[in-house]
Design a protein around this ligand. Sequence first.
Ligand SMILES: [Zn+2]
Length: 340
Amino acid sequence: MLSDVGSKTTVQNISKIFCGNHDAVADLAMMIDSRRMPHAFILEGADGLGKSTFARIIARGAMCTCAEPLSGECPHCRKLRDNIHPDLIYIQGSGKLGAISIDSVREMRINCQIAPNEADKRVFVLEDCDNMLSAAQNAFLKIFEESPPHIVFVMTCRSAMNLLTTIRSRGRIITLHPVKTEEGAEFICRTRPDVDPDTAADACAKSGGNIGEALRFLGGGDDELNNRAENVTLGIIRAMCGGSELELAAKCAAIGRDRELAGAVCARLCEQLRCCVVTAAGACDTLDSPSPEIMRLGATVSADTLIKYIDEINILSDWLKININMPLFNTRLAIILQRR
Ligand SMILES: [Zn+2]
């Protein structure tokens, strides 16, 4: 039997990082505490309600080794918080519909047989499954049936009704809802000390309790976004220093469908490339010494090419304002950075 206290602590730990949605949080806390994580989750809800964040919390629940679940001190909690855990794998859509293709599913099938790198479980997050074609969904069903016990799948979608009944019946459906204005405002003020309570309440009311949208209204100051941008940028720069074209494409694809992240990565990338030009020219304009990756890139790519990258990234990042298709954006970024 579970102790109520244990469960309450887990609920509190999740609520520190996820706003409202008390039923979903209580359900997940119960599964984590009882160490009975389902094989597959289906997370449904409108954009901005926190499906990606909740998927990462599920991954933490599956991998966490903290004495008190999700208290944040174990290496898995830390790496998942920074989005650098090797056992959390994102599967994203491509093409016009931005749907997960049958080829991606087949690739995942092979990937599922690999043992976890660091944790006891490997978590596959299949993002935006609404447009996934029946053939791809059916191929996924096969993996479902044959995958080893160390695998947890999390599918995210606007509505579970867009998935095949056979998939729906095998996954634990969790529905995310908008939150109450007071609750949302309190959460925003706690995670964004730069925002005052009235402004936070106003943004929550305007967004109808959609935290993601409220944060977009407020703009800036997002530490989590900055961390993610930093990690994605580092991955891209490493792949540029001697990685294969495929590796570079995969690192750019890590941006996913997050426009805000894409904008932040472009800005960070330009900053790093500028530092690279300066370093290659023998000067140093920062207080910190340049990272080994920057030194290597500066030694292998000419300054002219680096400057061209910066120009093209700036043009590409303008496309974000006119609603460019994100898989296309990520591919384009990889193509720009492959040119020598
Ligand atoms: Zn932990």
